[in-house]
Design a protein around this ligand. Structure first.
Ligand code: ZN
Length: 340
């Protein structure tokens, strides 16, 4: 079968990735619509380069309602000088920019979930075009890829950096070394329940050192989790030798990161009922197998018993459903096991 030749990306960068110094610009994606006939989506991007050396590609707001990454990276883009860098840092604080502008997980233009749209298409929807540009143009430039997530409006997490178990053990070791360097309060060996189409997978398949995070949630950023994001990004850039000033542990609390594992799908609890959720454990608290995690009260009438959701293994509550009302199928709790 002849190889499929894809059309060029319609996205035009207004920055030169090979130029030394600091450049602030855009990834311009043509998007013709009612209020702008020859209009474009303008995705902000900063490139900081100083000579030869490794390249880091840093992204936030892959999901538009996750804020720690966006705050840390808009701040880094505004403050990073080229003389602090050896190599290149490419910063896209709001990767799915239409979703970020709308404050929603998915794009209001096409309902695209960017992190389920890889490898994307140059002739697809706006979200698919963004995915295609990252897959074919930006990821190949990078040695280190860091994508900063949080829980968004519907989930809340204990703050952790994470990487995946990978078939290439050398690559896996590089990824977990970068997770350790991030030095979040928790470090996770992450199991994905829905890995098809993820940016993570696209980066890992290209052999990149890939780090992701979950740093809170609820559709906002907190002072503590934003500080973790800012510190973690600089820690990983120093670990990679790209950021040349300061110490890898600058501002980091003395206690070590706790390693968590997600050994199987038993970590997840999904609602089988709709209703009013009663949290029985808070984030970060220890649980034993069989402990009550949450109850869901029917809300149609009084006098009905709540349904109960229990831990299937020992660990800590690593994530929870954030809104007070829950629908059948919602992920209501994730238990992470604690490594010794
Ligand atoms: Zn996310």
């Amino acid at each position: 079968m002849a190889p499929v030749t894809l059309a060029p990306s319609p996205i035009t960068p207004t920055v030169d990735f090979d130029r030394d110094g600091v450049q602030h610009g855009f990834l311009r994606l043509p998007y013709s619509r009612d209020d702008s006939a020859w209009g474009s989506v303008m995705i902000p991007i900063t490139v900081v380069r100083n000579g030869s050396g490794p390249t880091a590609l840093l992204t936030g707001a892959n999901h538009g309602d996750e804020y720690e990454g966006a705050v840390a990276l808009f701040d880094l883009a505004q403050t990073l000088n080229a003389d602090r860098v050896a190599g290149r840092v490419i910063i896209v604080p709001a990767m799915n920019y239409p979703a970020f502008q709308a404050g929603t997980r998915t794009s209001p233009i096409d309902k695209g979930n960017l992190n389920r749209s890889f490898p994307g298409r140059p002739d697809g929807t706006v979200t698919q075009k963004i995915a295609d540009y990252f897959a074919r143009e930006l990821l190949p430039l990078a040695d280190l890829v860091m994508d900063i997530h949080s829980g968004g409006r519907t989930l809340d997490f204990v703050p952790f950096a994470a990487a995946h178990i990978l078939p290439d053990k050398d690559q896996e070791a590089r990824c977990f070394a970068a997770v350790a360097a991030f030095a979040a309060p928790y470090s996770m060996r992450m199991l994905e329940i829905d890995a098809v189409g993820m940016y993570d997978t696209a980066a890992e398949e290209l052999g990149k050192t890939f780090v992701t995070t979950e740093l809170g949630g609820g559709g906002t950023g907190r002072a503590e989790t934003i500080a973790i994001a800012k510190r973690g990004v600089c820690n990983v850039l120093r670990h990679a030798g790209i950021l040349t000033d300061g110490q890898a542990s600058d501002g980091q609390p003395a206690e070590a990161s706790r390693w968590l594992d997600m050994p199987s799908a038993d970590c997840f609890r999904f609602a089988e009922d709709s209703g009013l959720i009663e949290a029985c454990v808070d984030l970060g608290h220890p649980v034993r197998k069989g402990d009550l995690l949450a109850r869901i009260h029917p809300i149609g009438r009084t006098g009905l018993a709540p349904s109960e959701y229990r831990a299937a293994l020992d660990g800590i509550l690593a994530a929870r459903h954030f809104p007070g009302l829950v629908k059948a199928g919602d992920c209501i709790a994730v238990v992470g096991t604690v490594e010794d």
